[in-house]
Design a protein around this ligand. Sequence first.
Ligand SMILES: [Zn+2]
Ligand SMILES: [Zn+2]
Length: 276
Amino acid sequence: MTGIEVVLLGTGSPLPDPERAGPATLVRAGGLAILVDCGRGVLMRAAAAGSGAGALDLVLLTHLHSDHITDLGDVITTRWVTSLAPSPLRIVGPPGTREVVDAVLASLRLDIGYRVGHHDDLTWEPPVEVTEVVDGLVVDEHDVRVAVAPTDHRPVHPTNGYRIDHDGRAVVLAGDTVPCEGLDRLCAGADALVHTAILDEAIRAVPIPRLQDVCDYHSSVADAARTAARAGVGTLVLTHYVPALVPGDEERWRALAAPHFDGVVEIGPDLHTVTV
Ligand SMILES: [Zn+2]
Ligand SMILES: [Zn+2]
């Protein structure tokens, strides 16, 4: 495969949804399978996309909000129990990632004991390599480069956006953020931007304070569209729809991007795939 393939594994909001898994995106580039965030149901969707936990080369976490890391333990344990030899899972995330991974492993301490005690050929604990970063180049292998820059999802801080370059193409994964300099820097000259987005007009219409707070630190569809346009990105891929995107409502979302961005806007169900 040439270019970069982006599979929206989970496009859902933080609320359980029978049709949409939690936020997670699979990027395939240069033979590498890169998982960005680990929302609810990620391995079920990855299986549907033809990737198991053992096939992942890298996990990138944009931030440590629970809805983006719900199934990190599932990724770690499933890879561990299905590997015939130690196969370290590389996890890259903002500072705090080590604490989260250590806590996940601590919660699995009994399970690890059961399995190592039972299987003679399973003599190792789940091997995990954590890299905490906020800026710079974190991966450069197989003609794949992964760069990180800080995003702005305050009070959640620090948070990361990622840019994956391969074969002359580039895809940026913004995660949850408001427009910011770090994201603009990643997007400059990129081909596609995968951005989480909220329908802020729908949220603002519901007078529940905890819901109103959501608008403080997320990009609206218009914000995401303006970020894409500023950088000259050709394709804007929207995901992690809040509130849940009802089938048939795609044009309403597209219409909010249209005044700001004249490129392609991709909106889809889980497993929607875009090749750049
Ligand atoms: Zn989120
Ligand atoms: Zn978040």
